[in-house]
Design a protein around this ligand. Structure first.
Ligand SMILES: [Zn+2]
Length: 584
């Protein structure tokens, strides 16, 4: 008899030690054996021969004290402990259940490429990514594109989704596309049919429904495997038309939930009529969600499925599949719904709105797509931090835009330099200036080292006057004889208010005086120091106005704060400055 080789011996020792430290110093042969088979199914034959070795090693390990066991792990496999320490370090997320059972944590995010991603997906992505990172594991992106008819994938979205994940800072370690894997699903379907764990049902949907609701098998269920395989062949070669045959996975036909009873696994789609955008008419039998997803999670070594609790029924369905194949179902975490009041999160409505022209593009500011958030200057860090703080709890959570803005403000505030933007500008003429004034405005109040915007305001002509742009909104508050302060410049007395301009007299210079008089503070731009600027608001309306000419030097994609107006992201800098509004 061949003895197990050194590598396997080392593996046995490693798992025996791990198992021991997890169970107060006592390892169990069956657990160690099971663990090795789960990790290295290809070693099945050799391990069986090595059962005696497992017994020996476990006995040896169990003679050691707990601290000796821990020390041995530390010496030989420090990475096992390092992973544990990293887990303790990451704050915010609770540990994953049974993480220690697995050598490497694997999570996956599996979108259908039929739309760009939006805030509704953020929870799945961020949690899967962060957990994989926390345990130095693997984060998989899997495109679930096996419905060329009703959830038709669109070529451009594969790339757009990859870009969305990059932007969010959640780059996958590995990518799969289900439409590349059809032969794998066929192979597994055949295995089930051969083993009488599935059947090809040719009943009409109504007939099947009637039977299954009565907890009765349909006639197809009892046919022998040979007949099933013949029918399967007919599905593949086109003898059945769309809707005429479907592969069903056998479950408990008396299961309390009728939706779980003998669920459909593969069906026919007329790909001449509905060609798949990637593989065209190559396949006419397509796996349904639970079948493809269930098989992939196992084959891709997913250890933790993290998804919304609306998927709980899917887990119950897939557990039958796993039992048929003798696989162990991964750990599953089902988090509650995350609602964001006022956010537009329906994929079908987004797609519809783009089609009918309601939304101009995927980054239309009214949408909660990542593209739109990016354009508005909402940072990926804010989204990630918000999601981490919400965590994977099962209770439903309702957030508002304000919650997200609060996270974003914290990130933008120290970065964003300050400028003036006068929306809907009105001309202000101030007369009787006693002298020339210098205004020195901080680019950032907390970081004077970043520099200033400097303006020299000089009295002109006999009237000793100077002219400014101020916003209509401010101007509408003006009453005759009111004292108003131009920020960091001087105070004025309003003399005359017309529909397009304001005349005022110089009043005094200090802020102190303005305070005593309770003068409102307004922002301003000297009339020759402005450049045209438009700000696109979250409701897609546009505010036209004037920004400081200095803004011409800003680079697109910079976040700044227009004082008394809000945070914006510079979108384009030409003759006109274009900015997108983020929030107050
Ligand atoms: Zn049937």
């Amino acid at each position: 008899m061949k003895k197990p080789n050194e590598e396997i011996k080392a593996l046995i020792l490693k798992f025996a030690l791990l198992n021991a430290v997890q169970h107060e110093g006592k390892a169990r042969e069956s657990s160690v054996m099971g663990r090795i088979l789960a990790e290295k199914p290809q070693l099945k034959a050799e391990i069986k021969r090595g059962a005696a070795t497992v017994k020996e090693v476990v006995a040896y390990v169990n003679r050691l004290s707990l601290s000796e066991q821990q020390k041995t792990i530390e010496e030989k496999w420090p990475e096992l402990l390092a992973a544990k320490k990293a887990e303790e370090r990451v704050k915010g997320l609770p540990p994953l259940p049974n993480a220690e059972k697995y050598e490497r944590i694997v999570t996956r995010f599996s979108p259908n490429p039929d739309c760009v991603l939006h805030l509704g997906s953020a929870r799945a992505i961020v949690l899967c990514y962060e957990y994989a990172k926390m345990y130095k594991g693997k984060f998989i992106l899997r495109f679930e594109d096996t419905d060329p008819k009703l959830k038709r994938p669109v070529p451009e979205f594969y790339d757009k989704i990859r870009e969305d994940l990059d932007w969010l800072g959640c780059k996958p370690d590995k990518e799969y596309i289900q439409s590349d894997r059809i032969p794998i699903y066929y192979e597994h379907a055949e295995k089930l049919l051969k083993n009488a764990k599935a059947y090809v049902c040719t009943c009409t949907p109504q007939d099947f429904r009637q039977k299954i609701l009565a907890k009765k098998p349909c006639p197809c269920r009892e046919l022998p495997p040979e007949t099933q395989l013949e029918r399967w062949e007919k599905m593949l070669n086109g003898e059945y038309a769309e809707g005429e045959a479907v592969v069903r996975v056998k479950t408990d036909i008396t299961h309390p939930n009728p939706a779980i009873r003998d669920w459909p696994a593969l069906r026919i789609i007329d790909t001449e009529k509905y060609p798949h955008p990637r593989v065209g008419g190559k396949y006419r039998v397509w796996p349904l969600y639970n079948f493809a997803c269930g098989i992939d999670d196992h084959l891709m070594g997913v250890t933790h499925i993290i998804r919304g609790k609306e998927h709980l029924t899917n887990q119950h369905r897939q557990e039958y599949l796993y039992a048929h194949f003798g696989w162990e179902y991964p750990e599953a975490i089902h988090y509650g719904r995350l609602k964001i009041t006022g956010a537009f999160l329906s994929k079908s409505k987004i797609v519809q709105g783009i089609r009918d022209g309601t939304f101009k593009s995927w980054d239309d500011p009214r949408l909660a797509t990542f593209l739109a958030l990016k354009r508005r200057g909402i940072t990926p860090e804010a989204i990630r931090q918000l999601i981490i703080d919400v965590g994977p709890k099962t209770a439903d959570v309702t957030l508002s835009w304000e919650n997200l803005y609060a996270y974003n403000r914290k990130i933008l505030d120290p970065k964003a330099n300050r400028y003036f933007f006068v929306s809907d500008p009105v001309q202000l003429t101030v007369q009787s200036l006693p002298k020339a004034f210098h205004a020195k405005l901080n680019l950032h109040p907390d970081y004077p080292e970043r520099g200033f915007r400097k303006y020299r305001v000089e009295p002109k002509g006999e009237a000793r006057e100077a002219q400014f742009w101020i916003s209509r909104e401010d101007f509408e508050k003006f009453e005759v004889n009111r004292v108003v302060r131009l920020m960091e410049l001087f105070n004025i007395t309003v003399r005359k208010v017309r529909s397009y301009e304001v005349e005022a007299d110089y009043h005094s210079e200090t802020y102190q005086e303005a305070r005593t008089l309770k003068a409102p503070l307004i922002h301003w731009i000297p009339i020759n120091e402005g450049m045209p600027c438009q700000v696109v608001m979250p409701d897609a309306t546009v505010k036209e106005g004037v920004a400081e000419k200095l803004c011409k030097k800003l680079k697109p994609d910079t976040a700044i704060q227009f004082e008394r107006f809000g945070f914006v992201r510079i979108d384009a800098v030409n003759k006109k400055l274009v900015a997108y509004y983020a929030h107050k």
